[in-house]
Structure formats: structure tokens, C-alpha cells
Design a protein around this ligand. Sequence first.
Ligand code: SAH
Ligand code: SF4
Ligand code: F3S
Length: 492
Amino acid sequence: MNQKDNDRTEHHIDIADTIPSAEPKRQYYFIEQLKKTVKEKSERLGRPLSYKVVTFGCQMNARDSEKLRGILEMVGYEPAESEEADFVLYNTCTVRENANLKVYGRLGYLNSVKKNRPEMIIALCGCMMQEPKVVEKLQKSYRFVDLIFGTHNIYKFAELLYLALTSDRMILDIWKDTDRIVEELPSKRTYSFKSGVNIMFGCNNFCSYCIVPYVRGRERSRRPEDILEEIRRLAGDGVLEIMLLGQNVNSYGKTLEEPVSFAQLLRRVEEEIPELSRIRFMTSHPKDLSDELIQTMKDSRKICRHLHLPLQSGSSRILKEMNRRYTKEQYLELVKRLREAIPDLSLTTDIIVGFPGETEEDFQETMDVVRQAEYDTAFTFIYSKRTGTPAAAMENQVPDDVVKDRFSRLLNLVQEIGRKRTGRFQGQILPVLAESVNEQDSSLLTGRLEQNIVVHFPGTADLIGKIVPVYLRECRGFYYLGERSQEKIYES
Ligand code: SAH
Ligand code: SF4
Ligand code: F3S
């Protein structure tokens, strides 16, 4: 479902002025210029110009893509179904090698599309572009790419797009880092009723396997007033559910001039924006999860009973090597406190298999935590060596066949426990936010419980974006089949 209007009204800028240097004014200047350029080009071709933005990676990238789409639509591009479009942008991820390979694969295909569409503009941005060796390779062997920019200067998209449209050269603009946050740029939401909201950017944790701190830069929090203002606007526009986004939301606010805790921010969101029905957040680092946050979740009527709490490994020795700064025991103790305070909580996690030096005993510790923590779902990853991270230089890399065998044993366990856990609501009537028409069967709608569990139930598209009571008739592994219930739900 698409939202009709941009989230922001336009800043009026007279294009006869000299180019402003202050942001976001400067970008609104280029938006005005782009409007003219796009109109001219479209008149010349006798049809509207089309765009396609393809997103790889995490929710942070998905949110960034909404901002990029916001600008594209504001200047006159229309969304295309496929990559056979006038402007194609890949917003890339580099967290694991296969995320990287996917982009190169698709670029090969884009090159063939461009051969039949010489005026097409191909652009790349996102985390992969922050790696110098990637950019070198693109400059050498992917000359058909027109525009490359990184994560730190994404707010300059309008300006860079203008340069790309008015030049024949490859436009390349990558910054090493930044400490600035530019507010007040447009965005085009994917859903009318839910939205991600960045509360912070970057990461300071330097887990030894992870490339994110290198490509996303240092941690910086947005000011609570700016976050609240954005959410207020979203709520005014019909958004019921927000997801507060950051690599480590539990350390939110520590670097602000007037420090604020994440729990304080959550309370302000809940108190000051009554139109919201659901508040989610992602991701929580176990080392920073405070008792204040547990209490805030417990007391809240709107913070969803779902916590994504990445474990990575169950072995205290490996956790130390990973620089995660908690032990197996501390993690399990945290889970215990969470379960006691919030009994209906869904817990999900991320786990890496095959970190350098991982032995069968270490792996068994991971399996043990999975049994004890009883995750609803776990995202399991095979360790991927990322150049420049401390773990990449570790000598004792685990052989592929050993990793694959561990991975499949872990997956089996995770699925077995997940199925059991998911079934715990069978027979109950619970509120479901209807999100879309079911892809396989158009007589069904697909929605989610606050625990983030998927529910399919008969219904019509007019219910999309509404929270309705659903009788959870049958659990099918990781989702439910249900029926709308006329009974009222009394929330505690
Ligand atoms: N900031 C989040 C995670 C962001 S990356 C956190 O700390 O929880 C998402 C997940 O990708 C991580 O939780 C981790 O499980 C996985 N990941 C990161 N780097 C990886 C690597 N080099 N190999 C395999 N998985 C990795
Ligand atoms: Fe990567 Fe660790 Fe930061 Fe998460 S907390 S983004 S895993 S360095
Ligand atoms: Fe990937 Fe960047 Fe997110 S590396 S996981 S898109 S922060």
C-alpha cells in the first residue's frame, strides 16, 4: 500500500537565488532545480520519468530508501515496477559477503538493461560504498554506473542527483565520517500505517566481526524534540505503529548535550503522542539493556511485547573474542528478568555460527542458550569474514564443512523451539494490525500480533492499517490462521 503524499511540505525556495549553504535549505534548492531538469527531460521523451530504488540490508537502509524515494517523487519521478527505469538506485549492505555479492550480480544485469536505455542513470549508495576497495572496483570495472555516494552524505542526494543528471562523468562522493544529522528532508513511506523512525545513527561497539561501525561511523543520537516532532507528524498522517531504529537503541542519548535515556525517550513518545497504538524498537544490545527499560516496557500499554536481543554466541569465551561485553550467564540472567517482568514477551535473536576459534563445546553453549532462552525466532548467520575487522585477522578460522554442520543443527533446534513458542496463543483472541492482502490467497489479509507473529485471516483490503480482534484458530509453525472476532478485546 502506498502513501499518497510526501511527509513534508515543501520549503519554498526561489531558484534565482544563489545556492544556499545551510542545510536542508541547500537540498531544497537542488530539489527546485531538479524539478525543472526532470520536466524538461520528460517533455523531450514525451513520457514521465520512472525510478526504482532497490534496498539491501537492514531496517536502517529501508528507512534511508524511503527518504531517497521522497526526493525522487518530489522532483517528478514516478515509481516503476522493475529496474527497466530511467533512474535505478541500489541502496547496498555489506554486513556479510553474500550481501555484497548480490549487488555485483545485479549490476551485471543492470548493465544489460542500460544497453537498451542509454539515458538511464544508475546510482549506488549505502554501506558497501563506504569500503574503498569496493569503490575502486566500481571505478575500474563498472564504468556504466553514473553516481556513487555513501552513508554519511545521503542527505545530499538531491544535489548529487542534479550533478548526475547534468554531467556525463561518473559522480563520486564518499565521506569518511560525519558528526552531522540533517533534519527536515522529505520521505515517501512504504506503508501508510507504520513507519520506522531513526533515533540514532552509527555504532560505537566494534564487535570484532562487524563492519557496521566502519561503514556507518560513530554513534550519534537525534535530539528527542526532533524525534518527537517527526513521530507527531507521522501520527497526524495516520501512522499507528512506529519502530524506533538504531544499531544499539539502549545506548540512545548518551552523547547528547543533555543526556536522555532510551527508556525516557520511550516514555515521552508514549505520553506525548496518544494517537499511536504500537511502539516497537530495534536493536537492543544486551550489555546496555537497563532495568529502567524493562520497567518501562512492563508499565507501558503501547510498547509491543517483542524484544530483539542478539545473542551472537552462547560461549562466554567467544563472546569475549567478539567484544560483546557480556557473558553467557549475564545474558541468561537478563532473559530471566525480562521473562519475570513481561511474561507474554516474544524474544528473538541473531546468532553467528563459525566465529574464528569456535569449538564444538562453544557451539554447544550456544545450543544451550537457545534451549533456555526459548526464542520465538532466531536469525542464524554463518560467520562472514569482513576485511578490516579484528576477527578477519584471527588465524583459527573454522572449516566450511564444520560450520555448515553446526549451522544446520542450530537451525533445526531454533525451528523446533520457535514452533512450540509460537503456538502459545492458540485459541486466544488478540489484536492484529492488518498490513497487506495475502500474497498467495487474496481472500486473506496478513497482519501481526504485537509479539510480531504473523497472522493470516479472511478479510478485505479496507481493513488494512486497522487493528482488529482475531481468533487464533490454528498455529502453522511460525504463523497463525485466524478469523476475525466480534468479541471486544479488553486490554490490560
Ligand atoms: N546492531 C545490531 C546488529 C546489526 S547487524 C546488533 O548488535 O545486534 C545484524 C546481524 O548481522 C548481527 O546481529 C549479526 O548476527 C550479523 N552479523 C554481523 N556481522 C556479521 C559477520 N561478519 N558475519 C556473520 N554475521 C554477521
Ligand atoms: Fe555491529 Fe556490534 Fe554495532 Fe551491532 S553493536 S552494529 S553487531 S558492532
Ligand atoms: Fe547492512 Fe549497513 Fe544495515 S551493512 S545491515 S545495511 S547498517
